[in-house]
Design a protein around this ligand. Structure first.
Ligand code: ASC
Length: 151
């Protein structure tokens, strides 16, 4: 096999498609994505505290949490299957499903910036980590502003 990476990529794409098309109850998808965002926030919060100087800077702790964020972010999109705009209490606006291409672009921004955050964290360069944290938080905010109904 001359192109193992292509074969792996194809297998991964098919796997994702299979997961996305499997019948999932709306309430199950809502619970899944809320769990994902809870875990994202669990890790993002302490990083924000460090960036804002509310807790002491700890590069190793920041890196550990950045790695987690980069792993969680790519798992969120599949928590928004068609029909999961209702079925349980959710802050996800119906606009998500009316603008799914745009929503996917915003989710992709989060995935990319989270990856860059984990990369920056490996460098140990504090200024770079803080700047990349702000870039990543900006992608959270961009999506929330448009697609999350917050009280
Ligand atoms: C957080 C958190 C978010 C984002 C967002 C960034 O720590 O819980 O939802 O950062 O506030 O603007």
């Amino acid at each position: 096999m001359r192109r193992p990476s292509l074969i792996l990529a194809t297998a991964a794409a098919l796997g994702t498609a299979a997961i996305a098309t499997a019948a999932v109850k709306p309430e199950t998808a809502i619970a899944y994505r809320q769990a994902g965002y809870t875990m994202l926030g669990w890790n993002f919060g302490p990083m924000a505290q460090m960036v804002r100087g509310k807790t002491p800077w700890d590069a190793a702790e920041f890196a550990r949490r950045a790695e987690r964020v980069a792993l969680i972010a790519p798992q969120l999109l599949e928590g928004f299957p068609e029909g999961s705009d209702t079925g349980a209490t959710t802050e996800a606006k119906p606009d998500i499903w009316k603008n799914m291409d745009d929503f996917k672009l915003k989710m992709d921004d989060l995935v990319k910036q989270s990856k860059l955050l984990a990369d920056a964290a490996k460098s140990g360069d504090e200024a770079r980590m803080k700047e990349q944290f702000k870039q990543t938080a900006g992608t959270c905010k961009a999506c929330h502003d448009k697609y999350r109904s917050e009280d």
